[in-house]
Design a protein around this ligand. Structure first.
Ligand code: PLP
Length: 377
């Protein structure tokens, strides 16, 4: 079956014998047990919950994966992935990784004995020159906010040759556009708050993988760190996932039209999008079915990003991405503020950079709004 059919129908097996066409929301936090020494399937909701399990099954199906786990946020999924490593291990991150992930590495790795290094371009990483303690790579492709694309297939081969675990934050793509496990990655994490949720009203995360031993550890971590997704949010997320492909197709088409406008506009100095740059485009086309719906750009000297933001009427000035409504944000102060000014400069996150997350509105209205805001800038 194809993606949207799977998203709507799952494996076709209802969870219980009620005939419900949607999963029930099991709000109970505790479950009656048959008798002393005997346990039934569910004991306590932090460990397992039927509504969450139904969602996790659907997430695994969409990814073509053996295991999926739903978390209370994207950062809960990411930090759980980091907990799979042991004290003394070093993890490489891309240098414009999501600010919250960088905050975790820079502020908390020390207390769990992990080390990290930032890598500018994984496509040209010299594996022979790496320190011997590198055990993991964590990257986003396309990266945020500069939409640089990494060749996941090639990196997976190189990493596995050295026993390094490859983790991909696939938030910007979703399993509809890109399936990193199929490309050789070991672990995929999501901020499901973004495209999976799609309506700016669910905070959620997911971790997907095939390795049984690691899956057992993730299950232990989810229960022990106590960061699973609630039953109500699990239900809402499963509902949103059914329209993921429809939303994504429209959002990608809208983004492509806006990229065309920005690239030819006299007030725009530079546009960042996975289809821009020969190498970027080639790799993206080889591993994904679309370019996504996030783009960034820099205005020409003399234009004022603040005036541009202020003049927009359809784009809300807010962090986050992936929802039905279009948003504009200022990465230097809103998503990458955890980076020092020097690190931001090194990673190419200029103060004048703006990021747009494109929604499902009618493209004529989005184009008109951006055009008039560019005039005002
Ligand atoms: C790429 C990426 N990964 C992870 C996260 C963290 O997700 P959450 O906000 O759901 O914790 C975000 C949030 O913006 C993100 O953009």
């Amino acid at each position: 079956m194809k993606f949207t059919t799977l998203a709507v129908h799952g494996d076709g097996k209802p969870g219980e014998n009620t005939g419900d066409v949607v999963p029930a929301v099991h709000l109970a936090t505790s479950y009656r047990q048959p008798k002393l020494g005997e346990f039934q399937n569910h004991v306590y909701t932090r460990g397992t919950n039927p509504t969450r399990l139904a969602l996790e099954k659907r997430l695994a199906l969409l990814e073509g994966a053996r295991y999926a786990f739903a978390f209370s946020s994207g950062m809960a999924a990411t930090s759980t992935a980091f907990h799979l490593f042991k004290s003394g291990d070093r993890i490489l991150l891309n240098d414009n990784v999501y600010g919250g992930t960088f905050r975790y590495a820079s502020k908390l790795f020390g207390s769990i004995g992990l080390f990290y290094d930032l890598v500018e371009d994984f496509n040209t990483l010299d594996f022979d020159g790496l320190p011997g303690d590198v055990r993991g790579i964590f990257l986003e492709s396309p990266s945020n906010p500069l939409l640089r694309v990494t060749d996941i297939r090639r990196l997976a081969e190189q990493a596995h040759g050295r026993g390094i675990t490859l983790m991909v934050d696939n938030t910007f793509m979703s399993a509809y556009l890109q399936r990193p496990l199929d490309l050789g990655a070991d672990i995929v994490v999501y901020s499901a708050t973004k495209y999976y949720g799609g309506h700016s009203d669910i905070l959620a995360g997911a971790l997907v993988l095939n390795d049984e031993e690691k899956a057992e550890k993730v299950k232990l971590l989810q229960n022990t760190l106590g960061n699973p997704l609630s039953p109500a949010d699990s239900y809402q997320l499963e509902r949103s996932i059914k329209t993921l492909a429809l939303r994504m197709d429209r959002q990608c088409a809208n983004a492509a039209a806006l990229v065309d406008l920005l690239r030819t506009h006299p007030k725009v100095k530079r546009v960042f999008y996975p289809s821009i740059g020969e190498e970027n485009r080639r790799i993206q086309e080889s591993q994904s079915r679309g370019f996504g719906a996030v783009l960034s750009f820099v205005l020409r000297e003399g234009c004022d990003p603040g005036r541009f933001i202020g003049a927009l009427s359809l784009f809300d000035f807010a962090v986050s991405l992936g929802s039905v409504e279009s948003l504009v944000c200022h990465p230097a102060s809103q998503t990458h503020e955890a980076f020092s000014p020097e690190l931001r400069k090194k990673a190419g996150i200029e103060d004048g950079l703006l990021r747009l997350s494109i929604g499902i509105e009618d493209i004529e209205d989005l184009l008109a709004d951006v055009e008039q805001a560019l005039e005002a800038a």
